[in-house]
Design a protein around this ligand. Structure first.
Ligand code: ATP
Ligand code: MG
Length: 876
């Protein structure tokens, strides 16, 4: 058995199975595609499920992959056992109704013993206790003695998931020797300790189970195998655990370096070091596959990994953020196999640093709070941290429950998780109630709506409907009829779109034989459309037949903005990359507002590129097709849907040519050319990692142009330009005139200053052997002040002059010393340094002449009076 690198092992495996007729496929994303039953891919077979069930035809009936996997179920073993990571790579060879046990077992053996030259006597197969077929292949075909083949029960060696295809497994264990053993007399393959390390698992999908223990043979049998790449490397490289293999060791070493601890000295520290090593790997790969930290679903998995890593960092005494630094090492160590990591480096780092910064700012406070809570609990003789405290930590410090649980356990306490769960539930209910609240309506009223049938929406095709009034609400109470004021109508059908999915509600009119109403706004709750009205005339009663007509011009403008919003999203993904996900949107008749995930402000050139792209697609006049279909069909087509969003079993797919496809219930133009034109008005930040674009379309663009024209006309008028095109030339001309005029003023000031020489000399005060002039010259200008200084010095060799010059809040000083004054010890530069310091400024210069800057103009008087003392201290 020869030391082999992870890269070589991966390649050897995949090419071995290629030589056995398998098609090599690249790793699928960690985010499952079209499989709502799974949060993250956890095995090589997971992304291939549809080939196993026969739902889809595979590209070949033999496939081999190296698949990125995440197993959060193993998180508590990470760092403690030698063989568990939350993130790992799984090698696999798969047969979809093609070969079966007779090939799978000998090939596995051939690969391990022939290709990798593993010593046969250290390998131990296991089979399902009732699978004599597999037992015989190991025993008779391969020649493994019966006593070295372990028969394991259903729990270990029968793969089953509810009803459906299932079957026995056969694992292969490697004996790492007694030093890794638990020492128990019954230690054997299948034991939880790290001596017999399970490296490979072959699943023989042989039966169809009905979920009640009855099995029938499948006509088409499958092979699904999984071998942990890191575990294999661990064995081949003879290292203690999977974090010490060549591809991970550098990351571990980097953690060690950051911690300042020694690896292998103290068990507790080693565990933390391995946990961080594991979690930063998972973090980097998840972000690269488009997951962003959040409080739900995959986003929470990511957040949990990062927060757990940070908390282990704290235990090691690492101060401040460190995950971003580790990220580079993870990328460098893996980019050969996963080039997308290198390409997304900046993005990944940005997301990590934002999350880490955010968490770091609260974790210390949280940790010390938790410390206090634990102290108090122990003092009071308690055995558990209360659910209320744990919830408070979660709610205010973002402390995940499992972190509280771990830290509490470290000091011998449990956590009242039942109470925690009930508080969490209550909070979720509060949030739901707040969302469902329509202003001023009690939840009782809203639940009264439960008995009203869903409104038939006719507004995708029409702008008016004949309808019957099903219910009337006034101030949240049901009413039979209304003769004045505001009310809310519910009809059996309507063309009014209730505000939903970021599209504003319609406005318009409802009229019957005996009534006319203005519809101010439209809402929707559980499929019931609520027309928020003002009664203009007559009486409206339940049972009335009315005509409901939307404001069609307003709706047309809303449609243009909504359709542009879809084009915008597609354009952003093309220009900025696939990490762009919708984070919120709002469209009304005036504008489009679209929030999306992106880690930095867009460059001016990117904004132009996006705007151009959208307009090109508008001008191409793409047909807009809408189709109702099942979620599965929509996903098959590749429609963009946000994970975790709630869709009914029937969804609406909106397609704009080949450019955009989204799930959307909103109303749209039937051809992109009807959008007219799209203009981006602004690009800004809404939250860390989330940007916002606001834009407008159609007549909105015209309005914007009108506004700008108005602005230019106003400028032209103010600048007295005959023609708006002359505005720039006029403005430049005025600038020139202004600076010429300023120069003249300064020259005049200088002349005036000349006239002041005599009066200033007359005001000079004798200080020792010299005469001092200290004067505030106001806004005279620096040049004029300097020439005034020169003129004074020419008239008296024993004179020292200090001037303050200021305009607005800008302040300067200048000083001169005649040559006799210099000889007597005066120094203009040193003098000014101290004088300007009085105002908070600084500066200096030569003995005979200097200038400096000042700051606080209210201190000019103090500064000038300080000049005398400073000068005195200089004189010999
Ligand atoms: P164990 O009992 O050791 O946790 P398992 O039975 O969960 O393993 P399988 O579900 O059969 O493992 O997965 C197939 C292969 O994937 C395993 O043989 C092993 O090599 C690898 N593997 C499973 N879980 C992990 C993990 N958490 N970290 C690294 N490799 C793993
Ligand atoms: Mg396991």
């Amino acid at each position: 058995m020869e030391w082999t690198s992870v890269t070589d092992l991966r390649e050897k495996y995949l090419s071995f199975f290629e030589s056995k007729g398998h098609l090599r496929l690249p790793s699928f994303s960690l985010v499952p595609h079209g499989d709502k039953s799974l949060l993250l891919i956890n095995a090589g077979m997971a992304p291939l499920k549809k080939y196993f069930t026969g739902e889809e035809e595979p590209p070949r009936h033999r496939v081999t992959t190296c698949q990125k996997c995440m197993r959060m179920l193993d998180i508590d073993s990470v760092g403690i056992t030698a063989r568990h990571g939350t993130f790992f790579e799984m090698l696999g060879n798969f047969s979809f109704g093609d070969y079966f046990k007779n090939e799978a077992i000998p090939w596995a053996w051939e690969f391990l013993t022939d290709v990798l030259k593993m010593p046969a006597d250290l390998l131990y197969p296991s089979v399902y206790e009732k699978d004599d077929e597999a037992f015989d292949i190991w025993n008779k075909v391969i020649g493994i003695p019966a006593e070295r083949i372990t028969r394991l029960g259903k729990e270990d060696n029968f793969w089953e998931h509810g009803s459906g295809p299932c079957g026995p497994c056969s694992e292969i264990y490697f004996d790492r020797g007694e030093k890794y053993g638990c020492g128990k007399p019954d230690c054997r393959p299948g034991c939880d300790c790290d001596r017999f390390m399970e490296v490979w698992n072959n699943v023989f999908t042989q039966f169809n189970g009905d979920g009640k223990g009855n099995y029938t043979e499948l006509a088409k049998k499958n092979i699904d195998t999984g071998m942990g790449l890191e575990r294999l490397a661990c064995v081949m490289q003879g290292v203690d655990n999977m974090f010490e293999i060549d591809s991970i060791r550098k990351i571990l070493d980097h953690v060690v370096a950051l911690s300042g601890k020694k690896y292998g000295e103290e068990h507790k520290n080693d565990v933390s070091i391995r946990v961080i090593t594991d979690h930063i790997r998972g973090t980097v790969f998840l972000i690269s596959d488009g997951v962003l930290p959040s409080n739900e679903g995959r986003g929470y998995v990511l957040r949990r990994l990062m927060r757990r890593a940070v908390s282990h960092g704290k235990r090691l005494g690492i101060d401040g953020p460190f995950l971003t630094a580790l990220c580079d090492t993870v990328i460098d160590e893996n980019k050969a196999g996963y080039p997308e990591l290198g390409e997304k480096r900046d993005y990944i780092k940005k997301i990590i640093s934002l999350e880490e910064e955010r968490f770091n700012s609260t974790i210390d406070a949280g940790l010390s709070k938790l410390g206090d809570v634990i102290d108090e609990t122990l003092k009071a003789g308690g055995t558990a941290v209360s659910g209320a405290e744990a919830f408070k930590l979660y709610d205010t410090f973002g402390f995940p429950l499992d972190m509280t649980r771990e830290i509490a356990a470290g000091r011998g306490l449990s956590v009242d998780e039942e109470e925690f769960a009930s508080l969490m539930k209550a909070q979720k209910e509060r949030a739901r109630a707040a969302r469902g609240n329509i202003s001023g309506w009690s939840s009782e009223t809203l639940s009264a709506l439960d008995n009203i049938p869903k409104t038939v929406f006719e507004g995708y095709t029409g702008t008016s409907s004949e309808a019957k009034v099903l219910a009337i609400l006034v101030d949240g109470e049901e009413a039979g009829s209304v003769s004045e004021g505001d009310c809310t109508l519910i009809l059996d059908k309507t063309p009014f779109y209730g505000e939903m999915g970021g599209q504003v509600g319609d406005s318009g009119a409802i009229a019957g034989e005996k009534c006319s109403l203005t519809v101010e706004d439209t809402k929707i709750r559980d499929g019931v459309v609520l027309h928020v009205c003002t009664l203009d005339d007559g009486t409206v009663s339940v049972g009335d037949v009315v005509t409901a007509a939307i404001d069609a011009d307003r709706r047309a403008a809303i449609k243009r903005n909504h359709s542009a919003c879809h084009l915008l999203q597609a354009a952003l993904r093309r220009v900025l990359g696939d990490h762009v996900e919708q984070a919120g949107s709002y469209v009304d008749e005036n504008r489009v507002r679209f929030d999306f995930t992106h880690f930095e402000g867009m460059k001016e050139s990117e904004i132009r590129q996006v705007e151009n792209l959208v307009n090109e697609e508008i001008l191409r006049g793409l047909g807009v097709e809408t189709e109702e279909c099942s979620v599965e069909e929509a996903e098959k087509k590749g429609a963009m849907a946000l994970f975790g969003e709630k869709y009914g079993s029937v969804v609406r797919v909106v397609e704009m040519g080949d450019f955009s496809m989204e799930l959307c219930g909103g109303t749209h133009v039937d051809n992109t050319s009807k959008i007219g034109l799209f203009k981006i008005l602004s690009e800004s930040s809404v939250a860390a990692g989330v940007r916002r674009i606001e834009g407008t379309t159609g007549l909105g663009v015209l309005r914007m142009i009108d506004e700008r024209d108005g602005l230019i006309a106003d400028c032209a008028k103010a600048l007295k330009a005959q023609n708006p095109h002359d505005v720039a030339v006029r403005a430049a001309g005025l600038q020139e005139e202004l600076s010429a005029a300023k120069k003249t003023v300064e020259q005049l000031n200088a002349k005036l200053a000349g006239g002041r020489v005599d009066s200033l000399l007359a005001s000079a005060k004798t200080v020792g052997a010299v005469r001092l002039i200290a004067e505030d010259l106001g806004d005279m200008g620096m040049d004029a002040a300097r020439s005034l200084g020169d003129a004074i010095r020419d008239r008296g060799d024993d004179v020292v002059a200090v001037f303050a010059i200021h305009s607005g809040d800008k302040l300067n000083f200048t000083a001169v010393c005649g040559k006799d004054a210099v000889a007597a010890g005066a120094h203009a530069g040193n003098l000014l340094r101290e004088v300007s310091a009085v105002t908070g400024g600084r500066g200096g210069g030569r003995p005979d002449s200097a200038t400096s800057g000042g700051r606080d103009i209210t201190k000019i008087g103090d500064a000038l009076s300080a000049a005398e003392d400073v000068l005195k201290s200089m004189l010999k």
